[in-house]
Design a protein around this ligand. Sequence first.
Ligand SMILES: *[C@@H]1O[C@H](CO)[C@@H](O)[C@H](O)[C@H]1NC(C)=O
Ligand SMILES: *[C@@H]1O[C@H](CO)[C@@H](O)[C@H](O)[C@H]1NC(C)=O
Ligand SMILES: *[C@@H]1O[C@H](CO)[C@@H](O)[C@H](O)[C@H]1NC(C)=O
Ligand SMILES: *[C@@H]1O[C@H](CO)[C@@H](O)[C@H](O)[C@H]1NC(C)=O
Length: 347
Amino acid sequence: MRKERCLLHPLLALLVLMSCLCIRCVQAAVSLPPEDRPLVRHYYKKHNTCSSVEAFVRHQVKLLWDKDQTITPKLLRLLYSDCMPNGCEASILLDGPHSEKTAPQNSGLGGFVVIDKIKTVLENRTECKGVVSCADILNLATRDALFFAGAPSYPVLLGRRDGFESNSAAVDLPSSSISWESALAYFNSKKLDVQDMATLLGAHTMGRTHCRYILDRLYNFNNTGKPDPSMKKSFLDEMRKQCPPKVKQGQHDPLVLLNPRNPNYKFSNSYYSVVQNNESVLGVDQQLLYGDDTNQLTQEFNVSLEDFRKAFALSINRMGGLKVLTGNNGEIRRNCRFTNKNNPNIK
Ligand SMILES: *[C@@H]1O[C@H](CO)[C@@H](O)[C@H](O)[C@H]1NC(C)=O
Ligand SMILES: *[C@@H]1O[C@H](CO)[C@@H](O)[C@H](O)[C@H]1NC(C)=O
Ligand SMILES: *[C@@H]1O[C@H](CO)[C@@H](O)[C@H](O)[C@H]1NC(C)=O
Ligand SMILES: *[C@@H]1O[C@H](CO)[C@@H](O)[C@H](O)[C@H]1NC(C)=O
């Protein structure tokens, strides 16, 4: 079965091969989900339009990353928030009073200006004007920001088109204190598997979160009036210092590192040793030790950065291919914040 799948997807042969080699014990998908078959490598080159889009995007991301390394976790979260609820069609980028970016789960999203900048540069080039989708830009920019942070430069399949709708009511992203079973059910409902879950959660190896998302773990876990028993005591004390039970009047909700061992926005596997030490910041991360498969992968990724890098490239591609619009579906937006119909600059 595996062999067959490897042959079916020659474009991803490299990724597939790496995946076949690295995941020893967990039965996991080694190919892309069925929806993204229409995507191809070098889509724009093949269509003789904006052939150098990958170089343009990488150049812009480098300029922006040099100034602000936080764009890596921001873009990663943006891609996740776009793809998981209803597919990678750039609906998260649309502005509007009831758009997805206004949903409570999406509060604090960033990275929009990175996409705006890249889109402006592309629209300003004759060969790229009206050609490259915002959904493809988001996938490419995330790949490149990850690359500058130390991740492998995996191939991104292209040819997505942009969606027409963005509705905050459609945002089904789960809370960060979700149980292992519910987290897996959520990933499975998107056609992603247990390995994708264990791998993509590794994105929490960088970035920050607000205290309000972990107050329940620190003070009133699952309405027990006690802290989450899976937290190491010394770590609990430290986090309680950083996140007091109530924000003082006039102060902002503090930000804490998702991975206290990685303050520098580097792509690394230290997240998995944090999980193994019962020092995860988010409940969903600590739950990785709970399932046999995810526990095994946590051990594997802790020991081997290489395995994690390869698995990450595969899973992020699988996520980037969820429910994409291709062919005559969707459109190519001229400004990522508006559908063309609602774009004030298009008459
Ligand atoms: C658009 O392209 C022109 C000519 O290459 C350049 O001078 C100008 O600065 C560009 N504008 C933007 C917004 O990138
Ligand atoms: C919280 O408690 C409920 C009911 O007591 C239980 O079903 C659920 O699994 C618990 N959640 C976590 C994350 O432990
Ligand atoms: C982490 O918690 C698990 C389950 O409570 C325990 O078996 C393990 O020894 C703990 N590990 C460390 C490093 O504290
Ligand atoms: C995690 O990996 C580090 C470095 O390879 C190793 O020293 C440590 O023992 C590992 N932790 C566990 C719990 O296996």
